[in-house]
Design a protein. Structure first.
Length: 369
């Protein structure tokens, strides 16, 4: 059953339609079948959102400064970027796998990029759904070892969807099994490259980033992007995160990476500029936490709509009733959950990030927003 639409994902019928199917007259069954047809094709207009974008945006492996065994795979939202590192001895290592919606595309692209090399290891920087949603399929397809941050290992073992944030955000992730864990200070060797794990609290208290000292390369996950960083999730629930994020930025400045491979957006070399942008943004969040919560609520909503593509507004609200993080955002904003949600949806519509037709919401083409 799709929680957002209230329809069976296989036959597109409601629970009532399924339950009463056996006792319906031919005419009633025909009416249901016609309704299913209409559901299968939501009303289209020239502004209809395209299917989720699964392009690999960039494989700039030919950059002269980069080790030739490293491929940076820049993805469009919903999936995070990945870093693929080849090693003649062991095979390849992949950092992060992307969102579940793109899992097959990720697997197929990876297969092409590997060109027969064995993928022997998948490592997650952290376990937000856009970083680990293709884990299960990649594990099945490549029979690789999976390593997750030590702080999340038990939650994965028990598949505690609340602790893993999927329940709190209303996002999806297929269950996977972790083979081992990585903690700060651990070293990951990929051929000549040796990556040290660092704790990266702020965006996610359990996150890691990875620094390769000999070439000064940093896999920065959502701690630093070219233009900002991820939502500071602990602050939404009234816990400290801004201070930790400030310390993260100081650590990255201390490491002085020559190249940064972030969780979202392009790889970049101008670390000073990225740090300046990030510090300015962090100061603004610190100054106005309610604004940060409103931004977070909109990010979470847009993410859901990128996944769903379209949804009945009422069904979406029902789906979000169990997403505790949205309630936490509303609390930070000093608003009732429903009011905050309506306000955020209206704002996304006004910004052109969502579109409303009757009772339905559509994810608009995010490349034009
Ligand atoms: Zn994240």
């Amino acid at each position: 059953m799709d929680p957002a639409s209230g329809l069976c994902e296989g036959c597109l019928r409601t629970i009532d339609e399924i339950a009463s199917w056996g006792s319906l007259s031919d005419a009633s069954r025909l009416a249901v079948l016609e309704a299913i047809n209409a559901r299968r094709k939501p009303p289209t207009t020239s502004k209809q959102a395209p299917a989720a974008d699964v392009r690999l945006l960039c494989d700039a492996s030919s950059h002269p400064d980069w080790p030739n065994q490293l491929r940076f795979i820049q993805r469009d939202w919903l999936s995070c970027n990945s870093v693929l590192i080849f090693d003649d001895q062991q095979g390849a290592t992949l950092f992060d796998s992307g969102y579940i919606k793109h899992a097959q595309n990720t697997r197929d692209q990876l297969r092409q990029m590997l060109e027969g090399t064995r993928l022997h290891r998948l490592i997650n920087t952290h376990l937000h759904s856009d970083h680990c949603g293709a884990n299960a399929l990649i594990q099945q397809s490549f029979d690789c070892e999976l390593l997750v941050p030590a702080a999340s290992f038990d939650a994965v073992r028990l598949w505690d969807e609340q602790a893993l944030s999927f329940q709190a955000t209303g996002q999806r992730c297929q269950r996977f099994l972790a083979d081992a864990s990585i903690k700060p200070g651990d070293l990951i060797t990929c051929g000549e490259l040796c990556w040290e794990a660092y704790a990266a609290p702020g965006h996610d208290p359990k996150s890691l980033i990875f620094f390769e000292a000999s070439k000064a390369l940093l896999i920065s996950a959502d701690a630093l992007w070219a233009e900002g960083f991820g939502v500071i999730f602990p602050e939404l629930e009234g816990e400290s995160g801004f201070e930790e994020q400030a310390a993260m930025l100081d650590l990255i400045e201390f490491l002085q990476p020559r190249w940064i491979f972030p969780g979202h957006g392009p790889a970049f070399a101008d670390v000073d500029q990225a740090l300046a942008i990030a510090r300015k943004r962090l100061a603004a969040m610190h100054h106005a936490p309610a604004k940060h919560a409103r931004h977070a609520l909109k990010v979470l909503l847009k993410f859901l709509m990128l996944d769903l593509e379209w949804a009945d507004r009422a069904a979406l609200e029902k789906h979000l009733a169990g997403a505790t993080l949205l309630g936490a955002c509303a609390k930070q904003m000093g608003m009732a959950a429903n009011d905050a949600l309506h306000g955020a949806i209206d704002e996304l519509i006004a910004q052109g990030a969502l579109r409303c037709e009757g009772t339905r919401l559509f994810n608009d083409d995010h490349r034009r927003t």
